[in-house]
Structure formats: C-alpha cells, structure tokens
Design a protein. Structure first.
Length: 226
C-alpha cells in the first residue's frame, strides 16, 4: 500500500513562506527570495525536499499567471531564473543521502527549453539516493541515445512542458525503444498534464504530476526503499 506523503504546504508557516517567496519572484528580488527559503525556511527547520515543494508551488503559480496574461513572458523568465538560483543554493545545503544503487538519466526532449521542471525532478531524485545524470534542456535523440549507451541507467526521465514539443517526446521515446527496448521511461512536465493519455501513448512505465510523485513511483518501479 502506498502512503501519501504529508503536504508540506499544509501548515500556515509553509503557505506564508510560499507567498513571501512568490512576492520576491514577482518583484525580481533575488536576495529576498534566497533569504525567504534559506533563512526563514531551512534555518528554521524546513527540509530541503520541503523547500523544493515550496519553490515548485510558487513556480506553478508563476506559470498560471503567465497563461492568464497577468504577467509578461519577461516576468516569467525572471521568476524562473530566480528559482534556478535558489534551487542551486538549496541543493548545496542538502546532505548527500546513501545511494540506493539505481541510476537515472533526466533530460528535456529536443526543442524543450523549459528545463526547470526537469531540474526539480533531477534534484529530488538525487536527494532520494538515486545516481542522477541531468542533461538539461533540448536534448536531441542522437545525443540522448549516446548518453544512454554510455551510462546504462535503470530509468530514463523525459520532460516536456510545451504542447508543441509533444511530437519530440514521441520521437525520442520511439528511438529509445528501438535501441534500449527494456529501459523503463518516465515522463513529466506540463504537457503530460494537458495530455492525460500521453504517458501510455509513448509506452512510459510511469508519470508523475510533480517531482515528489515521480520520485515515489520511481522507487516503486525500481524496488528501492523510501
């Protein structure tokens, strides 16, 4: 039986942190965003994984505001750049967990420049004890296959945020299946939320609505303890 993880945003403290962090993002204040997460969060007992959840939730709100034309694309980019910076500081402060013996390769499909969701997943997997190779944005199939040939991971995670990059996901999955038919594939990103049957369509072994869920399902798939 799978036990749901507690929601780190359920407490009033976490909700206040998320709101303060979001205000700093929208104001373009990098130092304040760092202070909120590092001082008000981590130094007062927030775990690194819970900090991830707060950053992720704020980033979802940024995406919603952009989709509703309430902020510009420039503001969305500014907010995301702040989250990239803050996430790197959170990662530096995290203790290295014991290895669970499983390797994962994480990449955005070709043409996908929104690499923040993949970065969140890569860091969350790392903090859960997986050995992670993170390839970043817009990885063409030939480069992806070359890395798979050399690294031989236990799981491949492909990220696609924009709907117009779904064909690239299909093509990447097809080529991976031809070269590595037994390698399980996980998919994630906004496009997978909008296309509910996309994971099944490309033959993915699992999908997750966020980094925490994907980590949990990867553990279950690969048979490692939490």
């Amino acid at each position: 039986m799978t036990v749901a993880s507690p929601d780190p945003l359920a407490s009033s403290q976490a909700r206040e942190l998320c709101a303060s962090y979001l205000r700093a993002q929208l104001g373009g204040n990098r130092r304040e965003a760092l202070r909120v997460i590092l001082e008000d969060g981590l130094q007062r007992g927030l775990s690194c994984l819970d900090a991830h959840e707060i950053i992720q939730q704020a980033q979802r709100e940024i995406g919603r505001l952009w989709q509703e034309d309430r902020i510009t694309i420039a503001q969305e980019h500014m907010a995301t750049a702040i989250s990239q910076l803050v996430l790197s500081h959170v990662y530096q402060r995290a203790d290295a967990p014991p290895s669970n013996g499983k390797a994962v390769l994480v990449a955005c499909v070709e043409g996908e420049l929104h690499d923040f969701p993949a970065r969140l997943v890569a860091d969350a997997l790392d903090l859960a004890g997986f050995e992670v190779r993170y390839l970043g944005a817009s990885v063409p199939p030939h480069g992806l296959l070359a890395m798979l040939d050399s690294e031989r991971p236990d799981l491949l995670v492909l990220s696609v945020t924009m709907a117009f990059n779904v064909p690239a996901l299909r093509e990447a999955a097809r080529q991976v299946r031809e070269r590595h038919p037994s390698l399980p594939i996980a998919v994630g990103g906004g496009a997978c939320t909008w296309h509910s049957g996309l994971a099944a369509e490309v033959g993915a072994a699992l999908a997750g609505k966020d980094a925490a869920e994907l980590v949990q399902r990867a553990r279950e798939l690969l048979g490692v303890a939490a």
